[in-house]
Design a protein around this ligand. Structure first.
Ligand SMILES: Cc1ncc(COP(=O)(O)O)c(C=O)c1O
Length: 483
């Protein structure tokens, strides 16, 4: 068995050497590749028929099959003309960190298992806490993504501000631009729909502070317990930042927990130019921050930070008999005490490797570049009277739509812009999706990839414009006739 395993290890090594070379080539030629690469019908049928075999198959065969059938038909979120959702800014240096960490497979739940890795993860947490402006006693945990970071923070908020018997009367406030992971998180931790107040946003897509104040006052007057406000620093739709200082003051007045979802926008703390938009973030009780969005990381790298780490241990500390020997000392706080996971990879190591390689300044420059590309897009689109800027460039995101004179029906405009987005994406040249903001269906571009150039933006816009809007309009009227 041992001999067989050694033989297999050598073969894995041989295949992986080739794989590494191929990956570097793939990344270096990324711009020439199509972004959207649908699975071939024959391949799809073959995959559907496949089952887990009783007896294993040759490794070379499995390797090649995975490469051809699975990995080659994945949309390239890390492509410089991927403008949909939050594009990946992942660097191959982060991938190198992935490979190294996964190879050694540390069980990074406690100091005893991986002392140096534990130290580095904590250094990263405290460096990010310092950037956020948190005081002594702060802390946090690396988790898999923004959704998990939000869920972890909400659990801490509930347990810090509410006694068990008060939960039924509790009310939490978010905005119509809050990411859906917060509503999901609140549902998971036991809150009902009627305990969540969705506050409308103002014309700048920021939580309307006077409506928030009214809602809190009204709930408190009715004997409810306003216990948390969820603010966003960098909303998914428009990149807007809620009025953080005003929200913090209201939270203080009513003893509410202030959570900031900075999954997308908190990385702007690294930029000298953009940091000002996040003023007030230092007053929050917790902050979610995805390094896999705007800090060059491959997926699975996010952090939840808290002003007072005791608020995480209150919710998550665990002392089962089988972990007694793994615990550093009676009073030591381990990562398993700070969140829902026990077994966890050392997620921060790849971020550490990336920052050691690039330095924090380069990261800030990349963020400024993403913001400049969105501003450039706004300028180009805004100069054409047939096009409308619906939300100006903010933190690397801009929303606009084709709205020619003579087409005034919202549903018709929505359909035209959706067809444009679909055709653009299907062409493989650039990926642009629509979203809906304040009742308008718009084309949304998130331009944060560090290798996106002005030429990429100009060519994408010119291709969008050449999608023959008159054909689309004709297409639209046919649709209406047959509907
Ligand atoms: C503002 C915001 N919060 C939370 C999330 C969820 O993060 P994840 O997809 O890493 O779970 C996103 C994802 O785009 C986001 O934009």
């Amino acid at each position: 068995m041992e001999k067989e395993r050694r033989k297999q290890n050598i073969l894995v090594g041989k295949l992986m050497k080739g794989f590494v070379d191929q990956t570097v080539e793939f990344y270096n030629g990324m711009k020439e590749r199509k972004i959207c690469r649908p699975t071939d019908k024959k391949v799809w049928d073959r995959l559907c028929r496949q089952t887990v075999p009783v007896k294993g198959r040759p490794l070379e065969e499995v390797y090649q099959e995975m490469l051809d059938d699975v990995y080659m038909s994945i949309s390239l979120a890390q492509h410089p003309r991927s403008f949909s959702c939050v594009p990946s800014t992942a660097s191959l240096v982060s991938w190198m960190g992935d490979i190294m960490t996964n190879a050694f497979n540390p069980h990074a739940s406690c100091k005893r298992n991986a002392l140096a890795a534990d130290l580095i993860e904590k250094k990263m947490i405290h460096w990010m806490c310092d950037l956020a402006g948190y005081p002594q006693g702060c802390g946090g945990l690396f988790v898999s993504g923004g959704s998990m970071a939000n869920l972890t923070a909400l659990t801490a908020a509930r347990d810090s501000r509410l006694k068990e018997e008060e939960r039924g009367k509790a009310v939490v406030y978010l905005s119509d631009q809050t990411h859906i992971s917060l509503a999901k998180g609140l549902h998971i931790i036991g809150f009902f729909q009627d305990q969540i107040r969705m506050i409308p946003t103002d014309r700048d897509f920021r939580m309307d502070i006077s409506l928030l104040k009214e809602a809190v006052k009204e709930d408190a007057g009715k004997g409810k317990i306003p216990f948390a406000v969820i603010a966003t620093a960098g909303t998914t739709n428009t990149g807007s930042v809620d009025p953080l200082p005003e929200i913090a003051a209201l939270c203080k007045e009513y003893h509410m927990w202030m959570h900031v979802d900075g999954a997308f926008g908190a990385s702007a703390l690294l930029s000298e130019k953009q940091r000002k938009y996040l003023a007030g973030i230092e007053l929050s009780d917790s902050l979610s921050w995805d390094a896999h969005k705007w800090m060059m990381q491959t997926y699975g790298c996010s952090v939840v930070l808290v002003r007072d780490q005791n608020n995480l241990t209150r919710s998550f500390a665990a002392h089962p008999e089988y972990l007694k020997d793994a615990k550093g000392s009676k009073d030591s706080v381990e990562f398993w005490d700070l969140g829902p996971e026990l077994t966890r990879p050392a997620r921060a190591l790849k971020l550490w490797i990336t920052l050691q390689t690039f330095g924090s300044q380069e990261m800030g420059t990349m963020i400024d570049h993403g913001c400049e590309m969105a501003e450039f897009t706004e300028k180009v689109i805004g100069s054409d009277p047939d096009w409308e800027i619906v939300s100006p460039a903010r933190l690397g995101i801009v929303n606009f739509r084709y709205a020619p004179a003579g087409v005034s029906s919202e549903s018709e405009l929505a359909r035209i812009n959706q067809i444009m987005a679909r055709q653009m994406t299907e062409s493989g040249y650039a990926q642009v999706f629509t979203t809906e903001i304040h009742g308008k269906r718009v084309l949304r571009m998130c331009t944060i990839h560090p290798e996106t150039t002005k030429e990429d933006i100009l060519l994408t816009i010119s291709r969008l414009k050449s999608l023959k809007p008159s054909d689309i309009l004709k297409d639209n009227s046919c649709h209406k006739r047959t509907a």
